[in-house]
Write a protein that binds this ligand. Structure first.
Ligand code: NZQ
Ligand code: ZN
Length: 387
């Protein structure tokens, strides 16, 4: 096991009706709040009214900026920064999923920075002062509600890039599983794919003797795998929604990564897909992950066999563990298909003419991945396997 420091400063408030506490939570950070949200689902399903009431009851002054798109864009972030400077906002409240939260984190980082906020995403600058951010989560998926990251797409060149800082962790995250009842099946499935990917990125590590976190990863994966079929049949099953919502936070709040070095190559490759073709991040991951696994499993066949047996209940073949490992990958693919996700570029209507460009962009900062280091030619091979 590697040395580690674990600190996750996000206060989690979980359960029915908890969104009504948002005003009280927010009020301790000042009097003026920027309410940041997406394309309108919160208005359509009534959450917006409850949030406004709670904030007003707590005596807060509210400035609004809606319109965050999935795969959030840099131009709206810049608009948010201007608003926060002009209005002297004390706190940013993101109501939504990874996109609204990441956009809020970007705005929070840019307000007191004199340069271009994009500098944080290219590594040109390190964030210093941020406006505190809080979250009311509407979709379990990205884990941004308790993560230290923000992912933004720059429309110029369609670069989708991330940056991390402990300062980005939201001060609080309100998680009411009932709010996720209105998610379309496809969005629920995309969320599950992202949750699983966050676990698998950590699970496939070269670090040995990480038994506890291996088991925690497997338990979280199994919980998600067993509850998603229930939700797809019964979208308003509170218990199943609750399991998946909590799993989404656990998957990416870093507890599962303690003492180990995660891979993250598949996320790097996926960001090229959703950056250029604007597909849902979870759908990009269900395409990339099986291809990545096929490309790298020989580096540690035993680990892949462990994944197959412990997570997917594959019957182990002790004489041929490679067969067991491959069966695990096939079972993962079948699972993605069963919950309605694409497993090839073709199924997601992504043409094959820009694979080389994606491989180039993905590795322009150097090789990606830690389980196996992947250079441009490796990434290109994986993209070809994903066709
Ligand atoms: O925009 P609205 O109208 O709200 O609709 C959203 C959006 O269309 C809809 N939706 C959300 N909650 C709903 C709902 N519809 C009905 N009922 C509800 N309760 O769902 C759509 C997707 O929302 P989005 O916020 O884009 O989803 P997600 O949480 O999957 O976020 C994806 C973004 O997060 C990034 C991804 O790259 C992507 O840009 N990630 C962020 C990470 C982080 N900051 O730590 C880590 C992840 O690996 C990921 O990269
Ligand atoms: Zn992700």
């Amino acid at each position: 096991m590697e040395n580690f420091t674990f600190k996750n400063a996000t206060k989690i408030i979980f359960g029915k009706d908890t969104e009504n506490q948002v005003g009280i939570e927010t009020a301790s950070y000042g009097g003026k709040v920027l309410l940041h949200y997406g394309g309108g689902s919160i208005k359509k399903y009534g959450l917006y009214g409850r949030i406004l009431k709670s904030l007003r009851d707590a005596g807060l002054k509210i400035i609004e900026l809606g319109g965050v798109q999935p795969n959030p864009r840099l131009s709206l972030v810049k608009k948010g920064i201007d608003i926060c400077r002009k209005e002297k906002v004390d706190f940013i409240l993101a109501v939504g999923g990874g996109s609204a939260i990441d956009s809020a984190k970007a705005v929070a980082s840019g307000v007191s920075y004199n340069g271009d906020v994009w500098d944080f995403y290219t590594g040109k600058a390190v964030v210093d002062k941020v406006i505190p951010v809080g979250v009311v989560l509407t979709i379990p998926a990205a884990g941004s509600e308790a993560s230290n990251g923000s992912v933004i797409t720059n429309e110029e060149g369609l670069y989708k890039r991330a940056f991390t800082s402990e300062k980005l962790r939201p001060r609080f995250a309100i998680l009411n599983p009932e709010i996720s009842y209105t998610l379309p099946s496809y969005q629920t499935a995309c969320g599950v794919s992202d949750i699983m990917a966050h676990i698998m990125e950590r699970y496939f590590t070269k670090v040995k003797n990480v038994d506890l976190t291996d088991r925690l990863c497997e338990a979280t994966l199994k919980t998600v795998i067993s509850n998603i079929p229930i939700i797809l049949k019964e979208p308003e099953n509170y218990e199943a929604r609750a399991e998946i919502m909590w799993a989404g936070t656990i998957a990416h709040n870093d507890i599962l990564g303690t003492g180990r070095i995660g891979d993250w190559g598949s996320h790097g490759m996926e960001h090229e897909l959703s950056g250029i073709y604007d597909i849902a991040h979870g759908a990009g991951l269900s395409i990339i992950f099986p291809a990545w696994m096929k490309y790298v499993y020989k580096q540690d066949v035993e680990k892949f066999a462990q994944f197959a047996v412990r997570v997917w209940n594959v019957e182990p073949d002790f004489k041929d563990i490679e067969k067991t490992a491959l069966e695990g990958i096939e079972t993962l693919k079948d699972f993605y298909e069963k919950i309605g996700l694409p497993i090839t570029l073709k199924e997601a209507n992504i043409p094959f003419d820009r694979l080389e460009e994606m491989a180039e962009k993905c590795t322009e900062g150097g090789p990606v991945g830690n389980f196996v280091r992947l250079d441009k030619s490796d990434v290109l091979e994986i993209l070809k396997l994903a066709r």
